[in-house]
Design a protein. Structure first.
Length: 714
């Protein structure tokens, strides 16, 4: 009898319209005319819905179904709801709910309401609560008198919303709306808001255009009320299945009053060079270009990253305060085509030295390199499996508008022979190294005193290298030890030319760094060793390497190089790396540091001293630390201190909170920010409070309060 009733109901519910086929199942089913009443374990399902309830009433004539008690509804693959009462009109797809809870996996938010309804276009909820946090005790929620969710574009409109954090009301708005759709589409992105003492109120409103899958465009207009305004943008595209690219651009214009005020704050007391800060960039990556015409098994790649700017403020105004810009902005083009045996490459570099912008020659004496070409024959055997060779040939074009330029052609063809000895206990190797270079100079003279032209140079450095090394390992009662040690003997062969000068001079007598400097190999005896210690459980607790050479002809020791890493525990490590010059009788490089981390705390500290040249030395400290706090929060800080020049380059201290549904951070930051003036590069010391809060999926607000120190900084 039950099967007959269910079959009857299935046939009856086919009248759900011409809309969809629906079936109803229940333990107790009664029919009175056009009214069907179902009780106990009611199940309604179709291609769109799966509904369970305690009780259901179906009006066949009007095609309306009412569901009572524990109404659980699944609609499509992502929408889930629960209510005390639901009324569905199967003709027009209208519906009404009481005490509704609804969530959508695609939107990743949930909605609660006392009363709600649905039509073809909107879900409308009265006395609604919305959040993406834990349902039982949400970290944040928005309550509204009325909420309307557009079914098509998934935009949520909220009227008289009250925003609450931790159950406490924070602020009220007459209206608030945001998109719950996480798919890529055209619209407004979350704005950034800030305030600076000297730049005024800051507002940036990103606008995103995504009409096609193959490309999108983002425009970021911004205004700084006391400084000026401008717009940045990026056009991103995929022109093939094997490539992607981006064209970026930006323009910002300062007010004259700001330029006058800024002069007193720059370290060199000079006016900003440019009223308008502008630039553009191009990035492109492709891994298939010509190989389809040659051989599909080849590897190929084209990579371009190019930037043009008229000063460093073009980067500063993008509000990327966490980025550490190098004064040298380099544009690169790299292309390669490679098989199993051969490699071909073409390269180009264009440099903009932002420290030179504003100086007499601007960027005209900055060295550029384009184009460069390379051919490489990978290591292969010849005549005997232990006899190996490779070939590398390169050409370089070094150019600039002012100063020495050069074209260089390089050839390198090392040959090696390897012979195991004493049942593979030792390995003997012989290397024959042949390096040759021809250089065509332009605008170069022989020396500062000799003003005659230096037009070309042939440089050859041939040397022989003999090595003998072995690997040993031994297990002890409480640890395991491995060591690789050996010795080398380097014997110079035929040599021609000299490239050891630190500086060269152009035709006007101006001094330039020797960009082709190269030291010839000397006769040298060298010993080296690298060893590891492991606990009985297999954990590494010590790594040590050392090397020392002796120049036989000069009767001098080469630099001593030593490196040691001590892993005291799985969480705590110390290290030291150094290079000692016996000739200068001083350390040219020393770096020491340590790091500790566990589930609650992490810290690292590094001290570096390095001699760059006779007149340049770096000596600085860097550190960063973080402490996990209760309730998914973290305290973090760090600094960079220049001991050589006795100033703090950067320090910051902040707290952050990270949950899936929201996160925030508050950071105090002090740093030296580069800028460009009429007399060259300068710095401005800035103090700022950065505030960032993000509520998923609404987006967030970035708030920046900062001021600049008068008279700049060192």
């Amino acid at each position: 009898m039950l099967r007959k009733v269910l079959t009857f109901l299935s046939l009856s519910f086919s009248a759900f319209g011409q809309i969809q086929d629906v079936e109803l199942l229940a333990q107790d089913v009664q029919k009175d005319g056009d009214i069907v009443i179902a009780n106990k374990n009611v199940v309604v399902y179709s291609q769109t819905y799966l509904i369970t309830a305690d009780r259901a009433i179906y009006d066949q004539a009007n095609e309306i179904i009412e569901l009572f008690g524990n109404v659980n509804m699944m609609k499509g693959p992502s929408e889930i709801s629960r209510s005390n009462y639901a009324k569905l009109n199967l003709k027009n797809k209208f519906s009404d709910f009481e005490a509704l809870f609804m969530m959508n996996k695609e939107m990743e938010v949930w909605l609660k309401s006392d009363e709600s309804s649905s039509d073809d276009e909107y879900y409308t909820a009265r006395k609604a609560i919305v959040s993406s946090c834990n349902v039982n005790d949400p970290d944040w929620q928005i309550s509204a008198s009325t909420a309307m969710l557009n079914k098509e574009n998934k935009f949520l409109h909220m009227f008289n919303p009250v925003f609450s954090i931790g159950g406490f009301p924070v602020f009220y708005l007459p209206y608030f709306g945001f998109s719950t759709d996480t798919t890529r589409r055209t619209g407004l992105l979350p704005p950034e808001i800030g305030y600076s003492r000297h730049e005024g109120f800051y507002y940036k409103q990103p606008i995103y255009f995504a009409p096609y899958k193959q490309w999108d465009l983002e425009l970021d207009p911004q205004i700084r009320t006391r400084r000026g305004g401008g717009v940045y943008g990026a056009f991103r595209f995929a022109d093939s299945p094997y490539s992607k690219g981006e064209i970026s651009f930006g323009f910002f214009e300062d007010r004259e009053k700001y330029r006058d005020r800024q002069r007193a704050r720059n370290s060199n007391q000079q006016t900003l060079k440019n009223k308008a800060h502008k630039g553009f960039g191009f990035a492109y990556d492709r891994d298939r270009l010509f190989k389809g015409l040659i051989d599909e098994n080849l590897q190929e790649g084209l990579w371009i990253k190019a930037t043009y700017l008229n000063d460093i403020d073009y980067l500063n105004l993008q509000d990327q305060s966490d980025d550490d810009y190098d004064s040298l902005v380099t544009s690169k083009l790299n292309y390669f085509l490679s098989g199993e045996d051969h490699y071909f490459g073409a390269y180009g570099k264009y440099n903009i030295d932002t420290q030179k912008i504003g100086n007499r020659h601007e960027n005209k004496d900055t060295l550029q390199e384009y184009p460069s070409f390379q051919y490489h024959k990978f290591t292969d055997s010849i005549l005997h499996p232990n006899l190996l060779y490779s070939v590398d040939a390169q050409s370089h074009n070094y150019t600039r508008r002012i100063g020495v330029t050069a074209k260089q052609y390089e050839f390198n063809a090392p040959i090696s022979f390897h012979l195991p000895l004493f049942d593979d206990t030792f390995m003997f190797s012989f290397y024959e190294n042949i390096y040759a270079s021809h250089i065509d100079y332009a605008h170069k003279r022989v020396s500062q005193i000799d003003t005659s032209d230096d037009k070309d140079l042939d440089y050859i450095d041939n040397y022989h290298r003999f090595t003998l090394h072995t690997d040993l390992a031994k297990a002890y009662e409480n640890f395991f030890h491995t060591i690789n040690f050996g010795g080398e003997y380097i014997l110079p062969g035929y040599q021609k030319g000299l490239l050891e000068d630190e500086f060269i001079f152009d035709s006007q007598g101006r001094q330039h760094e020797n960009f082709l400097a190269k030291e010839r190999k000397k006769e040298e005896m060298l010993g080296y060793a690298t060893q590891y210690f492991y606990t009985s459980g297999g954990r590494k607790f010590l790594r040590h390497s050392i090397s020392q050479g002796y120049y036989l002809e000069d009767g001098e020791y080469s630099d001593l190089k030593n490196s040691i890493h001590l892993y005291l525990t799985p969480n705590f490590s110390l290290y030291n790396r150094l290079r000692y010059s016996h000739i200068d009788k001083k350390f040219n490089f020393v770096q020491s540091g340590g790091a500790y981390s566990n589930d609650l705390f992490n810290v690292n500290l590094t001290h570096t001293v390095e001699k760059k040249s006779e007149n340049k030395k770096d000596n600085y400290l860097t550190s960063a630390a973080g402490i996990k706090l209760p309730h998914h929060s973290q305290l973090r800080g760090g600094f960079q201190y220049d001991l050589q020049r006795n100033y703090t380059k950067l320090w910051f201290l902040g707290v952050s909170h990270n949950r899936k549904c929201w996160n925030y951070s508050i950071t105090y930051r002090q740093e030296l920010e580069p800028t460009t003036t009429t007399q060259g590069a300068a710095t401005v010391k800035t103090h700022s409070v950065l505030f960032l809060v993000n509520f998923y999926p609404m987006g967030g607000i970035h708030y920046d309060v900062s001021y600049e120190q008068e008279n700049g900084a060192k």
